[in-house]
Ligand binder design. Structure first.
Ligand SMILES: Cc1ncc(COP(=O)(O)O)c(C=O)c1O
Length: 739
């Protein structure tokens, strides 16, 4: 058998068979299933068990590559309770990374180690690491059943899939069109399966490769009962006899089995297979005449005998996955905000090409009814014509001046009109900056350091707000991310939502500068405040001399024009805004009592500044947005559509027997997969996130874009028509019936 190097050199030499094809893989459509795909299933099983898995699925490119993010985790192993190895490749990979950062296996001494399967345990044992192992290597649920990983424990779950990217690259280099199946799972009828089924049924895939037994198992789980039928006309190529055996056990017939356990071996075996069958009409019994018809030497996938539309569709299929793979080469995890990576639900994120009204359009040519709306800002939908026009006109006048404009005053005036508590407002560029700056003002105003926040509340990613609950004895927080100094986290105390007694206990115990909360928490899913809670928080903060800060980054101009403070009639000392007030451009704002805000430079000594603060484009978009929202009937319309959506979702969930609890305030709400009630972070986390992941993919497959995580809001816009909501409910009924 020729080596990979010789094959590359000989690519244009005559290696073809009777058909005279010089590049036997040219134009073939190959589905590369991912080895090690079970890690995604394990992640989900861990989450179901209440653990907190942290995965590094991007260790797939090159074992010799530099830091993929795992290095940072390995440097902070004290942050984890467990490390789980899902393949022998992963053991090798982690070993390489440990060495690269000057550590050895003894760095793991504090951790519990688990191995998936005896081979992996053996690989660890050979390195002097003892690990209990999960006996059933195919079943994610077996992990939590056989290894005592407890609720709340942090699990490092590296995943090294070295074979499939190399396989895809090798196939591409030989002219094949590669369709990578990124994240098939053991436990999910994955959302992409519908798409995949359609492609297989339409004969749009010529060959499928398996690089490990688990990848064969996973694909069959995904395809379900139809696996054998759907794959009956597709060439099945496996690396090594044990993969072939696993394929056979799934009721499939491997046509190509590479004796060498290498990617190169598989590519060469596949080439030889094509050489020996092309032109002879013989397909060794694996394929019918259509293979001969569709494998003409000069045929490319897009030029085949199928109609132009399906060819165009095919050429775009998998585009998001390709874009994601490319993005991961340059951007951590391929995204600029973690939730976008779909880690909580699995699969590859859709890369978006444009938005219009209530719809998003992805790079694969799909349209979705969008209920994420950029996580809140787009309350009038995508590319609202007035906003687009206003931004264009503003841009023509210059994009930034580094000097004041009347636009800032115009927007601040509108904010003050809607929320009179915001006597003075300072614009910044993000919600994170707004909350961080408001806390600085509160500390300066009170001369105190301790901040109290609600458990499960999110206020951006500044150090002091990335603190989770510490020991019950001190209540002081501990870092919720490596890189947050313990001393900073210790200035933050978490209290449960809707628990005034807990709040008072903390206010009594510490000199508290401020209590910051989302008046309608929307980052643990939407969890409305209990009647009297906001009023109680107002009274208690006043009693103990702390400031009350409403983080209305989501709720401002969302639950009512006057925000949650208008809706509930409770006046905070300071307010943070973002999202909607920028009309879809980057913006944040903080403001409030004149005496407190008078401390901000240049009026006072509290320093805070920003190159692009009060940016003219963002101010213009914000002004146009608020003027639209101030029109008649806007919030009544949002309320009606949101009610129709959320009541409909809840009703369908119950009809299909899913445990469900719905929450809603105005145009934000959440469908939790738990009988409920959901009143705080603990009860929110009782939600079945695995079921949510299945629901999410079921909806995505049916053209509805929900947040790729359970603990987010469903946002409705003025652009959603009743027809969109009806279509969404129909999709929900169908999706819920399958999960
Ligand atoms: C309530 C709340 N506060 C603050 C932030 C941080 O805003 P940004 O992402 O603009 O920094 C967010 C972001 O989602 C938020 O939901």
């Amino acid at each position: 058998m020729a080596t990979m190097a010789t094959m590359a050199k000989d690519e244009c030499a005559s290696v073809g068979g009777g058909g005279g094809d010089r590049r036997p893989l040219a134009g073939r459509r190959v589905l590369v299933t991912r080895a090690g795909a079970q890690a995604a299933g394990f992640e989900e099983a861990l989450r179901c068990a209440g653990a907190e898995p942290v995965t590094f699925p991007t260790i797939t490119i090159d074992p010799a590559a530099d830091d993929t993010g795992l290095d940072t985790a390995l440097r902070h192993l004290d942050h984890y309770d467990w490390i789980v190895f899902t393949s022998a490749n992963t053991v090798t990979y982690v070993e390489g990374r440990l060495q690269a950062i000057g550590l050895g296996w003894d760095a793991l001494f504090r951790l519990h180690v688990a191995a998936v399967g005896p081979k992996v345990a053996e690989a660890l044992r050979a390195r002097g690491v003892a690990a209990p192992f999960v006996p059933d290597i195919y079943t994610a649920a077996a992990l939590t059943a056989s290894v005592p990983i407890g609720a709340g424990e942090r699990v490092l779950l590296p995943q090294a899939d070295i074979a499939s990217p190399a396989l895809a690259a090798g196939l591409r280099a030989r002219g094949a069109s590669v369709d990578p199946v990124v994240a098939y799972r053991t436990t999910l009828p994955h959302g992409d399966a519908g798409e995949l089924r359609r492609r297989l049924a339409a004969g749009a895939i010529d060959a499928v490769t398996f690089a490990s037994p688990s990848s064969a198992h996973n694909l069959c789980v995904v395809l379900g009962d139809e696996a054998a039928r759907l794959l009956s006309t597709t060439i099945i190529a496996c690396i090594g006899p044990s993969t072939a055996r696993a394929v056979h056990e799934q009721g499939l017939r491997p046509a190509v089995v590479a004796a060498a356990h290498t990617v190169e071996g598989l590519i060469e075996a596949l080439e030889e297979y094509y050489v020996s069958t092309t032109g002879t009409g013989s397909t060794t019994g694996m394929r019918g005449d259509d293979l001969v018809g569709s494998s003409h030497p000069t045929e490319s996938p897009a030029e085949g005998p199928r109609d132009a539309e399906s060819a165009a569709e095919r050429s775009r299929d998998g585009r998001s996955e390709e874009l994601f793979a490319e993005a991961q080469r340059y951007i951590p995890g391929g995204v600029d905000s973690p939730v976008r990576a779909f880690k909580a639900v699995g699969g590859a994120p859709r890369f978006i090409e444009r938005g219009e009204g209530p719809y998003l359009y992805d790079a694969d040519g799909n349209r979705y009814i969008d209920y994420v709306l950029s996580y809140g800002p787009l309350i009038t939908g995508h590319a609202q014509p007035e906003i687009v026009r206003a931004i264009g006109e503003a841009a023509a006048r210059g994009t930034s001046y580094g000097a004041p404009t009347r636009l800032e005053t115009e927007l601040a005036r509108r904010i003050n009109g809607a929320m009179p508590s915001m006597e003075l407002t300072r614009f910044v560029s993000s919600g994170t900056e707004a909350t961080m700056s408001a806390l600085r003002v509160a500390r300066a105003y009170t001369g105190r350091d301790v901040i109290v926040k609600v458990e499960g509340g999110y206020h951006g990613h500044s150090d002091g707000l990335l603190a989770r609950a510490g020991s019950a004895a001190t209540m002081l927080g501990v870092p919720d991310s490596p890189g947050v100094p313990a001393a900073v986290a210790a200035t933050t105390v978490n209290v449960p939502l809707n628990d005034l007694a807990a709040l008072e206990e903390v206010l009594q115990k510490y000199e508290v500068a401020a209590f910051i909360l989302e008046p309608v928490p929307a980052n643990m899913g939407v969890v409305p405040p209990a009647p009297g809670y906001l009023e109680g928080a107002r009274a208690l903060t006043q009693k103990y001399g702390a400031l009350l800060i409403f983080d209305e980054v989501i709720t401002g101009f969302r639950v009512a024009y006057g925000g949650a403070q208008g809706l509930y009639g409770v006046t905070p000392d300071l307010t943070c805004l973002g999202k909607i007030i920028g009309g879809g451009l980057p913006v944040g704002a903080y403001g409030g009592r004149r005496d407190a805000m008078s401390l901000v430079a240049p009026l006072g000594p509290v320093y805070q500044a920003g190159t692009l603060s009060g940016n003219p484009l963002a101010m213009t978009a914000g002004i146009t947005m608020l003027d639209t929202l101030a029109g008649p009937g806007v919030y009544e319309g949002l309320e009606a559509k949101s009610r129709m959506l959320h009541e409909g979702l809840l009703e369908r969930a119950r009809r299909h027997g899913a445990p469900a609890y719905g929450t809603r305030v105005g145009s934000i709400g959440t469908l939790f997969f738990t009988p409920g009630p959901v009143t705080d972070y603990t009860s929110a986390r009782a939600s079945d996130t695995a079921r949510y992941a299945r629901f999410f993919h079921g909806m995505l497959e049916r053209g509805v874009y929900l947040a790729p995580a359970q603990f987010e809001a469903v946002f409705v816009s003025t652009a959603h028509a009743e027809g969109d909501i009806e279509a969404t409910l129909q999709a929900a009924g169908a999706a819920l019936s399958t999960i």
